[in-house]
Design a protein around this ligand. Structure first.
Ligand SMILES: Nc1ncnc2c1ncn2[C@@H]1O[C@H](COP(=O)(O)OP(=O)(O)OP(=O)(O)O)[C@@H](O)[C@H]1O
Length: 306
């Protein structure tokens, strides 16, 4: 598959401080790519440089083969950007906001109506177009912003925390639209999120920490490499369980009221459970989560809320 975003040896310094340190990665066309990292890791710096807002210190950043430093206009016509903070004019209607954006992008007058209908249809807001932005819910505003980001038919859409602050139902809706854009329009989505279950939906994930890419793979591969399934066992006979776990060389941690046992060697675990079955009062097997991946790789928890 063709790489639509290519970043090679990108470094960004603020004075002598290195915010992004020689990172390289690529994003395949038509995929959803999640860029994750703890606070201050270098996400905004990278996105803003890709979007031609910041200047790089060194390296090469290409979007659809165009250089973000020397071919800014070409890059800008290829990308749509939805930042966290709303930049809609709340005194105007949805329609007026979109029309204003058409002017920024020099969209020929005869195409404006068709484009507005097209993008509002994508986010199910066609019937609301005459409403003032001030009267819209947070989720609707975000949908208008996504529609606006698409008005010049970009190949790549950057979404900086598109669902932050929205309730779970609205978040699910926004994701429907994101997936629709990818599937039906082959638009490449580059997003940041701090919701780990959202990262898991993406095709590829890169994790940046202290300005360095520390992991870059599919969610499945990252989970396979960085998480373990565990059995949570409550027993009536701690002495016997500990002896059996030692005998079958199963790693465990004793917690208040239960044992957390690595479930990797499933044959050994089944033997222990079988031999110990009279004493087991509760057992639960838990799969590793993407939160575990993040914690394992960065040693930091992703923030719960922005
Ligand atoms: N204009 C600036 N001058 C000096 N240092 C900066 C500037 N902008 C960002 N930094 C520093 O660069 C590092 C990376 O910042 P950046 O905003 O890219 O991180 P981030 O991953 O987007 O963080 P967050 O999740 O908090 O938005 C941080 O240590 C930040 O303090």
């Amino acid at each position: 598959m063709k790489s639509i975003i290519e970043v090679k040896n990108f470094t960004k310094k603020y004075g002598s401080f290195i915010a992004v340190n020689d990172i390289s990665f690529s994003v395949e066309e038509g995929t959803i790519f999640a860029f994750l990292g703890p606070n201050g890791a270098g996400k905004s710096t990278t996105i803003n440089t890709l979007c031609t807002i910041f200047e790089k210190t060194s390296g090469t950043l290409l979007i659809n083969g165009k250089d973000v430093t020397t071919q800014k206009n070409e890059v800008r016509s290829t990308i749509g950007v939805v930042f966290q903070d709303s930049t809609l004019d709340s005194k105007m209607t949805i329609d007026e906001n979109l029309k204003m954006h058409c002017v920024f992008y020099n969209i020929p007058k005869k195409e404006v109506e068709e484009r507005i209908q097209f993008v509002l249809n994508l986010v199910d807001l066609l019937d609301e177009r005459k409403r003032s932005v001030a009267t819209l819910s947070g989720g609707m505003k975000r949908r208008v912003e996504i529609a606006r980001g698409l008005i010049h038919y970009p190949k790549v859409l950057f979404l900086d925390e598109p669902t932050t602050g929205l309730d779970p139902q609205t978040r699910a809706h926004i994701w429907e639209y994101i997936l629709k854009l990818q599937k039906e329009r082959n638009i490449t989505i580059f997003l940041t999120t701090h919701y780990m279950e959202e990262a898991e939906i993406c095709n590829k994930i890169a994790i940046i920490d202290d300005g360095i890419i520390v992991a870059h793979d599919t969610p499945y591969a990252l989970k396979k490499e960085f998480t373990k399934d565990n059995a949570y066992i409550t027993t009536k006979n701690e002495f016997e369980l500990e002896q059996l776990l030692a005998q079958y060389e199963l790693k465990y941690i004793k917690k208040e009221g239960y044992y957390k046992v690595e479930a990797e060697k499933i044959d050994c675990l089944l033997q222990v459970l079988s031999l110990h079955k009279e004493n087991i009062s509760n057992i639960e097997i838990k799969k590793g989560t993407f939160n575990d991946v993040f914690l394992e790789i960065t040693g930091k928890k992703i923030r719960e809320e922005a």
